[in-house]
Design a protein around this ligand. Structure first.
Ligand code: ZN
Length: 495
């Protein structure tokens, strides 16, 4: 938690560091003489928001001035108390109580009260012990000052474990299983054993996602299974990828799961672009990604089942670097970031696909867009003292020529399919620029701008389920077309 100079608008607090107790008493007396309505308690709360998610729950208090937090207590039973200095309880702040959702994984309820004349205390009753991050964000975009509480689980959600659990749930049809539930012990079923092997292989190759403090190593799920050496021979000519029913066939030891990371842009505090009729990019792209996920999960490539991994499957903010890191953690074969464009003129229209650029952007428009998308972390709100900022820096300039070449092939296949469905293309070729979210050095990565949400006609299309289905179909055909020409077995892991 960072501390800065106290809020100057509060005369008592501003005087505190250098003045004596006598001065403080005098100031207090002055305040009494002025009467309650004249006491400038500093900040005014303008909005409160809560973003519950499995990864972490965020509470945001937006105010016209920077807020100072005084205490932070985590007790048993799990509770967290935070005192905010120089603040008077207001109806807006009280609204926080009603924002707690029953399905919040971390917060059971909360109380807000005037703890002392100038101190508001918020007590969170927690469903489980948390590792809190408390930080302030300076005004940006439409936001004023934000005080943020991010409540992380004591053991970070491991994307690979979540993926395994989800696949087990779908394969066994066990209702009620959640991504948070631990996978069954080894020996329960062959699919579980298979996926645990994958977990061990991935665990050996990559560190766990460090989006949540403290960064703890993912526990080993099972001892590594002996691996037969894989001959490095090119695969036979590949038939086109096929779409099948749900993958419920008994898996074999040679089961190779093709993982496609789907990255719905923005989320939580970051709405992305907003259409003229109020449509939010973050909602549209999550909906399109879910439709594409369902198609991927029902498909296979050369007999290998496909599986989609969502970098977010709820309305919460995921930093750009964390999106990349999650995809690497699950050893994704492809990374597809989904967005809906906006431009200053409402007439701009059409779909476009972007890949990373090692040098300059392929056009000034591409550079403009990359800069805009890269601002997501500012709007969404990254704790610059936390792990996320570190991850972002670590990923800088890790791009490779091979990754970019594959990304352009994937993007070209997707553009072709979107043109085939009758969508107008904004640009006929894959454009390139320095998108932070495309920087996984080992995963072909594209960013798809599905349409211009700033164009009233395209905004209406993006809202329609039928158009979203068509888009998902086109993107799926693009992925299949890419794999038909670039079989995944030739260039990456095999179980
Ligand atoms: Zn976007």
């Amino acid at each position: 938690m960072s501390r800065r100079a106290p809020i100057p608008a509060n005369p008592v607090q501003a005087a505190a560091p250098d003045k004596t107790r006598r001065h403080l008493l005098q100031a207090g007396t002055l305040a009494l003489l002025l009467g309650r309505q004249h006491i400038a308690f500093g900040a005014t709360i303008v909005a409160v928001r809560m973003w519950p998610a499995q990864d972490y729950t965020r509470i945001t208090i937006e105010s016209d001035q920077r807020l100072q937090t005084q205490q932070l207590l985590v007790g048993n039973p799990p509770r967290m108390a935070i005192d905010i200095d120089g603040l008077e309880l207001s109806p807006t702040l009280r609204e926080l109580v009603g924002k707690v959702r029953a399905d919040d994984p971390y917060v059971a309820g909360l109380r807000v009260g005037q703890y002392a004349p100038r101190v508001v205390r918020i007590v969170f009753d927690l469903k489980q012990p948390v590792v809190p991050q408390v930080f302030s964000l300076a005004p940006v975009a439409a936001y004023k000052n934000r005080l943020v509480f991010d409540l992380y689980p004591q053991r970070a959600v491991d994307p690979l474990e979540a993926l395994i659990t989800e696949r087990l749930r779908d394969a066994t049809g066990v209702p009620g299983a959640t991504a948070a539930a631990p996978p069954p012990a080894a020996g329960d079923d062959p699919l579980g054993d298979l996926m645990r092997q994958q977990a061990n292989r991935a665990g050996a190759a990559l560190p766990p996602v460090a989006s949540a403090p403290p960064a703890q190593p993912a526990p080993a799920l099972a001892p590594p299974a002996p691996q037969a050496p894989v001959a490095n021979v090119p695969p036979p000519p590949a038939p086109a990828a096929t779409t099948q029913g749900p993958n419920r066939a008994t898996p074999s030891r040679t089961d190779r799961i093709i993982i496609v990371a789907l990255d719905p842009g923005h989320g939580g505090e970051d709405p992305g672009a907003i259409g003229p009729n109020g449509t939010r990019e973050k909602d549209i792209v999550l909906s399109v990604a879910r439709r594409l996920r369902d198609r991927i999960n029902a498909s296979s490539v050369n007999g290998s089942p496909m599986r989609a991994f969502m970098t977010r499957d709820a309305d919460f903010f995921v930093p750009l670097g964390t999106r990349v890191q999650k995809a690497r953690r699950v050893q994704a074969d492809l990374f597809v970031s989904i967005h809906a464009d906006a431009f200053t003129t409402p007439t701009a229209r059409g779909a476009s696909v972007y890949a990373l650029s090692q040098s300059g952007a392929s056009s000034s428009a591409a550079r403009w867009l990359a800069n805009k998308e890269n601002e997501a972390d500012l709007v969404g709100g990254v704790n610059m003292g936390g792990q996320d900022a570190h991850v972002q820096r670590a990923l800088f300039d890790m791009s490779t020529t091979a990754q970019i070449n594959d990304s352009i092939k994937l993007g070209t296949a997707m553009l072709g399919e979107m043109k085939g469905m009758g969508a107008r293309l904004h640009k006929p070729r894959v454009e390139q620029a320095g998108f932070a979210v495309l920087k996984a050095p080992d995963i072909p990565s594209v960013l798809v701008e599905t349409a211009f949400i700033s164009n009233p006609e395209e905004e209406a299309k993006l809202r329609s389920a039928a158009y979203q289905e068509e888009l998902a179909d086109a993107l799926m055909r693009g992925i299949q077309g890419y794999f038909a020409k670039n079989p995944p077995l030739a260039r990456s892991r095999q179980l």
